[in-house]
Design a protein around this ligand. Structure first.
Ligand code: HSE
Length: 439
């Protein structure tokens, strides 16, 4: 088993993930050969600096700074791209594909921005493009959506797809800390980067949401199509308010198939958004703690599925990369190809205003006759039905907490804008969407 001419693997990048990929390729070579049907041989590892400290010993003579030369080599069969970012990754992947190599990448930003270009190049060249590691690290979610659920109709995906923000929100929930303190702790422990923008502003989760929505709904969704809000404005008061409602605050990636949409072919369109939201503590995603990720999938035949695990880190991400590598290598041995892009449904992406959700709104108001009626009237004027109202006295003021029934985001945000302009409203102290239920 696993004999014959080796398949040659080029690895682009030897950072946290790349060094684990190289380590697994060398230490598990026997098992990998048996699983592929031929040995996998490291052809080269492209790095920016030859003398940079790294966590793995790369075999003599295999390190190179000439990534372009490495991917263009005739003897390279498989290319693993773990550099990240748009360029030079895009050019290197396209060159690898043009030279006939199958590609395994963890590059969510590139796939979310320009996935169709990569898919088209792979299709033309007759090679594989696999990217399990681009979404939620070690968690198998790309393969389930692309293959296991290919016979089903996925209707919704709710995901905690960013570990840094989940760690911060979990800390805020368990300790009552504010955002800044929880972020500082996440940075001290190495969960958050020194520049945490990509995580805390939701860019990372939005890229993953675009990839997941494209797969789930067989349509092209790019990062630009995803409505994105980060967690920097989430306050300790929001988290406490959620707790009082039996909820927890999470940064959710929400991908929904919407039917009955006027003016769309077949009446269907998709809604894709990333924002903080309250979800009931009884929802399976509420129990996802610390820096873990989880993806909750709802489909017509399978029902509800949840995929859970580490969404980042060298070894977990390398596990997903190696899984893809074995698959695409096996395809080469068999002279086969795996699934390509499936965007036949061509569903449009709805603007955020048309997303349907519920709102939790906390207001500091004057405590006098007619205030509650006036607030309720504003909700009614925008066609938003109120589910619950809670009032608490505060010296001469009162705090009102209103939770709405389902409405469009446009109706809800117009309601909040009008409330904020009322003389009787001192301040709108918290506005957060409430997710995880059924309309
Ligand atoms: N920075 C990401 C996270 C991992 O915190 O989950 C890579 O996408």
């Amino acid at each position: 088993m696993g004999e014959g001419q080796p398949l040659k693997v080029a690895v682009l990048g030897c950072g946290v993930v790349g060094s684990e990929v190289v380590r697994l390729l060398t230490t598990q070579s026997g098992d990998l050969a048996a699983r592929v049907g031929r040995p996998l041989e490291l052809a080269g590892v492209a790095v920016r600096r030859l003398d940079a400290p790294r966590d793995v010993e790369v075999p003599e003579g295999l390190l190179t700074t000439d990534a372009a030369g490495l991917v263009a080599r005739d003897d390279v069969d498989l290319v693993v791209e773990v550099i990240g970012g748009l360029e030079p990754a895009r050019g290197l992947i396209l060159s690898a594909i043009e030279h006939g190599a199958s590609v395994v990448t963890a590059n969510k930003a590139l796939l979310a921005e320009d996935g169709p270009t990569l898919y088209e190049a792979a299709e033309k060249a007759g090679v594989d493009l696999y990217y399990e590691a681009a979404v939620a690290g070690a968690i198998p979610i790309v393969r389930p959506l692309r293959e296991s659920l290919a016979g089903d109709r996925v209707t919704r995906v709710l995901g905690i797809m960013n570990g840094t923000t989940n760690y911060i929100l979990d800390k805020m929930d368990s300790s009552g800390a504010g955002f800044a303190d929880a972020l500082a702790e996440a940075q001290d422990l190495g969960y958050a980067e020194a520049d945490p923008t990509a995580d805390v502003e939701g860019f990372d989760a939005a890229a993953k949401a675009a990839i997941v929505a494209s797969l789930a709904f067989h349509s092209r969704v790019t990062a630009n199509d995803v409505h994105r809000e980060g967690i920097t404005d989430v306050t300790a008061a929001d988290v406490r308010s959620a707790e009082e409602m039996g909820c927890v605050v999470k940064l959710l990636a929400i991908c929904e198939l919407r039917d009955g949409v006027e003016g769309e072919p077949g009446g269907e369109a998709v809604s894709v958004r990333v924002h903080p939201a309250m979800i009931p503590r009884t929802h399976p995603l509420a129990g996802v703690r610390e820096a873990y990720n989880a993806v909750f999938v709802e489909s017509e035949a399978a029902g509800q599925l949840m995929f859970y695990g580490p969404g980042a880190g060298g070894a977990p991400t390398a596990s997903a990369v190696l899984g893809d590598l074995v698959t695409v290598a096996r395809h080469q041995v068999l002279g086969a190809r795996g699934a390509g892009e499936s965007s036949y449904a061509e569903r449009a992406v709805l603007p955020m205003g048309e997303a349907r959700t519920r709102y939790h709104v906390a207001l500091d108001v004057d405590d006098r006759a007619g205030v509650l009626a006036t607030v309720a009237q504003v909700f009614a004027e925008h066609g938003v039905s109120i589910q619950t109202v809670k009032q608490e006295g505060r010296d001469d003021d009162a705090q009102l907490v209103v939770v709405s029934h389902w409405a469009t985001d446009a109706q809800l945000s117009a309601t909040v804008s009008q409330l904020a302009d009322l003389d009787i409203v001192r301040e709108v102290t918290s506005v957060m969407r409430v997710e995880g239920g059924e309309e």
